[in-house]
Design a protein. Sequence first.
Length: 317
Amino acid sequence: MKASPYHKNLMFPSATNELPLGIMAWETTYALGLLSVAAAGNADDSDFQDAVEESIIDVADELVKITKAQTYKTPFDGADVGWGSNASVVNNMIVLGVANDLDCDNKYLNTLQANMTYLMGANPLDQSYVTGYGEQASVAPHHRFWAKPVSSKSPQAPSGALIGGPNIGLEDPVAKVQLADCDPLTCYLDNIDSWSTNEITINWNAPLAWVAAYMDDMAQQAEADDLPSSCAVTIIVSDDEDEELDPVEEDDVVDPKDDDEDETDSTDDDDDTTGSSDKTDSDTTTTVTTTSGGGAFGLWQLMLLLSLPLLGRRIRK
């Protein structure tokens, strides 16, 4: 393996090499290896380990910039959505989560949260692309078993499945007719026959499981009184798109034990982030404590391992 010219040469694209729409896809698999190195460590080659971690952080920084530039907070250019664009959203979110574990910078969690709000309905269609969640969630995915729209004997899609989402390619006949001349982020049809915009796949839903678990893990750490924290982030929801979100300094970390009087218990179904908060008319601030290199690593290692057999099967075809 070490004799291969590709050994240790699998860095993420740099500023001079444009990022693909999705960091992880059939044709871009190097990220799986890099994330595994970041998780497992490489005691025999600390320089390579450092280079991998730096590469992940560099790409996450680029995803933060891209998201800020988008009207609807996608971690890629919203004008260039293709088949399974929502998979690119959640795959890129994994990189942001890992960067947060490595670097403890609140901009990664803020961006991750913004990307999730896009999936849950903050998009041009007010469409939640996760079945069963949101006021207008997808109900008729292209699926052989969850086929209630075409057969009363088939079950409805359960809650929690991620839909492929907007696709400017419009490869299926239904989408070609009903979505002709659509704007990129509106090129979606909640129709069981629209397989190019409304499909469900396991490799799209594995990263959704990761990011949902990661966000839940961050919220649980915020609620716990007895977990140590090496850093803290402040998640800010604001109408000011140009607002710069700086990392919280160590002296500013809020101890949940000392903040009981000001703590607000959020019961909003659309916000899975909990913790101490101070609300004003223009923004909401939530302090979330997180331990660098925390338990989420183990979960995403599992997700990557589960994805590898599927990847190999697709390549062999």
